[in-house]
Design a protein. Structure first.
Ligand SMILES: [Zn+2]
Length: 242
């Protein structure tokens, strides 16, 4: 059993920042801008410090560390989360669906969800220039375990190249759409040259390897103590007791 002597890193997962759209199939994934800001301030007030996912293992403060990640690359992340984090001198990681840049969430729409605008290439570049990490979330957001090898490679390799062209930096981090992965998918991600990958499974990075980094999915109601309770649950899920 591991202990929590030097601070346990936690990777938070957000999707959409904004007032919940009740018609959405994932209404709980909208975090109001003020709640997003209060979540950052709450953890900071508790002695936690924000870190980049790439540097989560570095000992930046004596307390616990948290990294903020966003899946999909919604415009609302650029509009609300980006300025809030810059204001607090924090950076995060955005996993962008490269084929949806400047468009809408076609994959959600096909499943009957509400329409959401995605950030543009210029906005992704601006975030990268400000120190945010841009990671890949494939080209089209498919279930990777269900597609043939050639398509799998396209989704993983083409998105990396497209994003690198946009931001002018290497893209080394990957997020599996729907948290859908198996051995074949992970091997393809490693072969494409990524250095680590995040999943949607609840937990903290202490468990799993570099290509299965668990996260804490932050939903609309994860306010203060509720957020802390979920983080504690993630630690327990990874075998950490405190
Ligand atoms: Zn996604």
């Amino acid at each position: 059993m591991q202990t929590n002597q030097t601070g346990t890193p936690v990777v938070l997962l957000y999707h959409r920042i904004g007032r919940p759209k009740l018609a959405s199939l994932v209404a709980g994934q909208y975090v109001a801008p003020w709640l997003f800001r209060s979540g950052l301030d709450y953890l900071t007030a508790k002695g936690w410090c924000g870190a980049r996912l790439a540097g989560i293992a570095a000992r930046l403060c004596d307390g616990d560390k948290f990294a903020v990640t966003f899946d999909d690359g919604y415009l609302s992340v650029y509009e609300h989360a980006f300025p809030a984090m810059v204001e607090r001198n924090m950076t995060g990681t955005v996993y962008v669906v490269s084929g949806a840049i400047g468009g809408i969430n076609e994959w959600d729409r096909r499943a009957g969800d509400t329409r959401e605008p995605m950030m543009t290439a210029a906005q992704a570049r601006e975030m990268a220039d400000a120190g945010f990490e841009i990671g890949s979330h494939t080209v089209n957001h498919p279930h990777l375990t269900l597609i043939p090898d050639d398509q799998l490679e396209q989704e993983i390799v083409d998105s990396k190249r497209a994003l690198e062209d946009i931001i002018g930096k290497e893209v080394i981090s990957f997020s599996y759409p729907y948290g859908d992965l198996d051995e074949r998918v992970t091997q393809a991600v490693i072969a494409a040259g990524y250095k680590y990958a995040v999943v949607t499974k609840l937990g903290v990075p202490a468990s799993g390897g570099a290509f299965e980094i668990p996260r804490v999915n932050v939903r609309w109601n994860a306010i203060g103590p509720l957020l802390m309770r979920k983080i504690r649950r993630a630690k327990r899920a990874s075998g950490i007791r405190n």
